[in-house]
Design a protein around this ligand. Structure first.
Ligand code: WQD
Length: 344
């Protein structure tokens, strides 16, 4: 009997890649997603990649009764990977209540229902944004949590506290919080990737849309930071490497290998790369010249952050291995495939 895992937000960018990796390792996956920021076609593409069609239920995690019925229908769900959330930093500043209601309410519903349905573990999608601008780099899990720069970042911090407090109250729940750095790239088959609705907020989808001619030019938000080339530094991590970290976390929970009931891991490469270095790496990997210009800083951006991934490497036995060139090439191949299919 295959172990059953519920993946919320499983038709999204990181969620869909994680579903494939779970299936590759013999898990049975049930996806719930409200399709507010993704399409049900992704389920077809997951099946094309893995050869297995996951169960898919269109459902909003804010629908408590709907979630309760889902757990009853799919008896024996052993753990959850919770991706479903609103995640646009800028939008969260304009619509804070939407972010607090959705991101906090969804998690609260899941945690509330887990004991009733015997769901023993949750892997939570957190973010390096909880660190703000770290005082020390590379940043470890022990770094202080700073006041969030946006309601989006604040929901990640509060959700981590909600999980800690729920477990501390004696709820029969084990949790692993994965603090992602900057997920980029696409599946090597070019059947799964990032599909932002509207104008991309994140760097790499905007970059590939510029390279293919959808956008006129990429604006680089500032080159007057205290970094070697003046542009911001980030830890860009391949989305498939990131997806694999979730499988390792699920294995750890179900194999009862956790040393604490709540564990936190930085999921990054440990390599800082500047925006301008990423552009150069893209041009080198693809041979495509990118049209960009330097403009003013974007409000809310932090200057530089990259992970110390030692704890995840040593304790989880997980390490990001894909090169930045291969990762950027996968993003470009995905963009080309979208054009081929007439999607973008
Ligand atoms: C990266 C760098 C920009 C766009 C956020 C969230 C994080 C996660 C990923 C959800 C910055 C620069 C960007 C552009 C640019 N969120 N940039 N021109 O802000 O590091 O992280 O998104 O999963 O939790 O905090 O990612 O890709 O927006 O920006 O110069 O058109 O690229 O200034 O330095 P960010 P990003």
């Amino acid at each position: 009997m295959k172990k059953r895992i519920l993946v919320t937000g499983g038709t999204g960018y990181i969620g869909s890649h994680t579903v494939v990796e779970l299936q590759n390792r013999g898990y049975e996956v049930i996806i719930i997603d409200n399709l507010s920021n993704s399409s049900a076609d992704v389920v077809d593409n997951i099946e094309k990649v893995s050869g297995i069609r996951p169960e898919f239920v269109e459902l909003d995690c804010l629908d408590y009764a709907g979630l309760d019925k889902l757990f009853t229908k799919y008896k024996g769900i052993q753990a959850i990977i919770h991706f479903a959330a609103s995640k646009a930093v800028g939008e969260s500043v304009e619509k804070p209540l939407l972010y607090y209601r959705n991101n906090l309410g969804s998690l609260i519903n899941l945690l509330d229902l887990m004991p009733k349905h015997g769901v023993e573990g949750i892997v939570f999608s957190s973010s390096c944004t909880v660190y703000g601008q770290p005082d020390e780099l590379p940043v470890t899990e022990k770094a202080p949590i700073k006041k969030a720069e946006s309601p989006y970042g604040n929901t990640k911090q509060i959700n981590e506290e909600i999980i800690h407090d729920t477990v501390a109250s004696g709820a029969p729940i084990n949790a692993i919080l994965l603090r992602y750095f900057n997920p980029i790239g696409a599946h090597p088959t070019a059947l799964l990737g990032e599909l932002p609705s509207g104008v991309p907020q994140n760097l790499v989808p905007y970059l590939t849309q510029t390279a293919i001619g959808i956008r006129k030019e990429l604006s680089v938000f500032g080159d007057d930071y205290d970094t070697p080339d003046g542009s911001c530094i980030r830890d860009f991590i391949n989305v498939v490497d990131l997806a694999k970290a979730h499988v390792v976390a699920i294995n750890r929970i179900l194999d009862k290998k956790q040393k604490d009931k709540v564990e936190i891991f930085n999921i990054g490469t440990g390599r800082g790369l500047s925006v301008l270095e990423l552009i150069q790496a893209f041009e080198k990997a693809t041979g495509v010249k990118l049209n960009y210009k330097i403009v003013g800083r974007r409000v809310g951006d932090i200057e530089k952050v990259w992970a110390n991934p030692d704890f995840a490497n040593n304790e989880l036995g997980w390490k990001a291995g894909t090169s930045i060139e291969d990762t950027l090439l996968s993003a470009w191949n995905w963009q080309l495939k979208l054009r081929e299919r007439g999607i973008q």
